[in-house]
Design a protein around this ligand. Sequence first.
Ligand SMILES: [Zn+2]
Length: 449
Amino acid sequence: MKAGLLAALATLAVAARGSAAPPADLLLLNGKVFTADPAHPWAQAIAIRGERIVAVGERAAVEREAGRGVRRLDLGGRVVIPGINDAHAHVGPELPGTPIAVKGMEPSFDDVLAAVREAAAAAPAGGSLKGEVGWTALSDPRATRAALDEAAGGRPVVLECWTGHDGLVSSAVLRAAGIGEESWNPPGGFYGHLTGTRTLSGALHEYALWRLTRRLRSEVPAEQAVRDVHAFEQQALRFGITSVQDMSNALRRDAFVRLLAQARPILRWRVITFPMVEPSQPDLDEGPEVPAHPTPLVTVSGTKWILDGTPVEARALMRDAYADPAGRYGQGNFRPEAVLAAIRRGGADPLLLHAVGDRIIAQVIASMQQLGGEATWRPRRLRIEHGDGLMPDLVDSARRLGIVVVQNPSHFTIGDVLSRRYKPEVRARFQPLRSLIAAGIPLALGSDG
Ligand SMILES: [Zn+2]
């Protein structure tokens, strides 16, 4: 290691302690410590007091922080990294019910029906069933609540697509949720209909699904909900995740904050409001205001809107027509004026917009330019969640507007779907990552878990 760097690190260690700071009670020694500081990315040792790192640097400098009775942990050359932030997750109570057993992510609708029959035969009388299926089954013309009603003997059944954007429920679920057979679409979402009628088929898309599943999740008993939060935390910790940003679609914001208070989390949580209303309307559904820091490890900030679908169901809103299904361009969840209203709301409270297709991203950029442009938006760091369609011609505007992109690596696992959906020239430019970094666009990753 260069002498200059050594000196810098020693200064860092001393500066961190200061004269009056109490000594460290834990030293991590003999490691390969990644600091994420480009000026000196690697160090050997860390001194910790309570929950705070008080020094990072060479062993000798860090040793000087030791108090009486300090614990020394020999890392044996192992790598130490800062805790990973999961920048995009959906955590909350699991849906109630017995899971159906389907193989793979894209079972046929016949496979799904067979699994529903099997689960119905085994589950307690009248108990609900649930399952995660794919778009193959949900887009089957026979995928209706009548088919689920028959297979499940009238039980409540909730099937969700693994994309999270679509579902199919049995008649008992619609009835229990007070959704009439000819209901109008809710803001941002839509129901499927039996061909040629106004009668709901049981299919739920976008916000129609999230409204219903939020209702079901809010009925999960608190002890179970707390267990689900703990299970998520344990799984996250195994990946080195120590903080999580939750798009709180599972529960109303105040209910999720209460759940976290009960769960006494070990991770740091950011709770992001997920309104179920038109962006031009007030969030009456989110319950009372909550403090920005309701408990020490929980922060409440930001609002998330989902503006379009995904390539899986061909609803990511595109400028070029899909190759399959040919002639389609995808579908936005809100009218352009409502998108503008969502962006207008993004002032002091950070704004996060799920935007996948290049058409919706172009619309977001145009709206930002209309509402004050760079001067207004650069400091606000508007987030585009996913940004798969942030095509080369949009990158420079996005950079100048200070847009931050948060992508989920799970989106990179559907190459076969993308190759089918998009013409080769579109596919070739879809899902940029390295080019965003090269352009200077801040990029973070999330689990979408
Ligand atoms: Zn998501």
